[in-house]
Design a protein around this ligand. Structure first.
Ligand SMILES: Cc1cc2nc3c(=O)[nH]c(=O)nc-3n(C[C@H](O)[C@H](O)[C@H](O)COP(=O)(O)O)c2cc1C
Length: 256
């Protein structure tokens, strides 16, 4: 089945879909748009742009039409301040995050751009298994800290306390993939979304490292075949308040 179906009855032949198709798969024939091949990247630009709703994305089931939000309604200064005000959170309140919030955070992640619209990531939510997985990682890192191992160099001179990886959080999302870029972009979207709901995030790079070093832990994550953890978002209600935005390096920019 073709991934894009164009309803000829509805099509007014305006050509907007054809003009916006990155893969050049749509042609206007006899005043109507026609999807010419069997495959495309299914980015949905033709669906999004059609003024009369003549396009259907055949491989997506049960999707509902969502209207486009005018992003210029968000004040750019507000957004910039929000981005600068985001801090890594390492102290969480003892309060559970509702499932609906976790789902919304993931919803934000899945809408990030991906090369060729690959959407090549998966989200693994850890809740019940957080203490058990953390215990395994802590045990491994403590042993590694005693030995003169390269892991010690990687970890640095830090105390491996019982909450070293997840900081007492009750919900952790692992973004996994076969690559890296898409999962990183998704994570960034997710972190910002979490912030709008009052949820703080710690990227636990140490956990990502641990999960790669400890086969038992990787197994406990039950990731899709061929996937590796790319990021680990440790979520929780912040139990810390910041008063000001710390400085950062000046952007290294070169204009031609
Ligand atoms: C990919 C990645 C991995 C990170 N891993 C850890 C970690 O394992 N433990 C930790 O305490 N902070 C971790 N951080 C947080 C960074 O230390 C933090 O982003 C940086 O110090 C700047 O602080 P800010 O996020 O509050 O601006 C990580 C951040 C990123 C982006």
């Amino acid at each position: 089945m073709k991934p894009v179906i164009i309803d000829k009855e509805k099509c007014i032949g305006c050509g907007k879909c054809a003009a916006d198709c990155v893969s050049e798969k749509i042609k206007i024939i006899d005043g109507k748009a026609e999807f010419m091949y069997d495959r495309c990247i299914q980015c949905g630009h033709c669906y999004a742009i059609c003024p009369v709703g003549a396009v259907t994305m055949a491989n997506y089931k049960d999707y509902e039409e969502e209207k486009v939000f005018d992003v210029t309604k968000i004040d750019s200064e507000d957004l910039l301040s929000a981005m600068k005000s985001r801090r890594t959170i390492r102290k969480f309140k003892d309060k559970e995050i509702p499932l609906a919030y976790i789902e919304k955070i993931i919803e934000a992640g899945r809408y990030c751009p991906t090369g060729t619209n690959a959407q090549d990531f998966a989200f693994t939510v850890l809740r019940k298994s957080v203490p058990e997985i953390e215990k395994e990682c802590v045990r491994f890192f403590r042993v590694a800290m005693k030995a003169a191992s390269p892991i010690k160099k990687y970890i640095g001179n830090v105390t491996i306390d019982d909450n070293f990886f997840f900081k007492g959080s009750t919900a952790v999302i692992i973004v996994s993939s076969k690559g890296n870029t898409s999962a990183c972009l998704a994570s960034s979207y997710m972190e910002l979304m979490a912030a709008t709901m009052g949820i703080g995030v710690l990227y636990s790079g140490f956990f990502v490292g641990a999960s790669k070093m400890i086969p038992k832990v990787k197994k406990m994550l039950h990731l899709p075949e061929g996937h590796s953890p790319v990021t680990c978002l440790v979520l929780g209600y912040p139990d810390v308040e910041y008063q000001r935005i710390p400085p950062r390096n000046k952007a290294e920019i070169r204009f031609d």
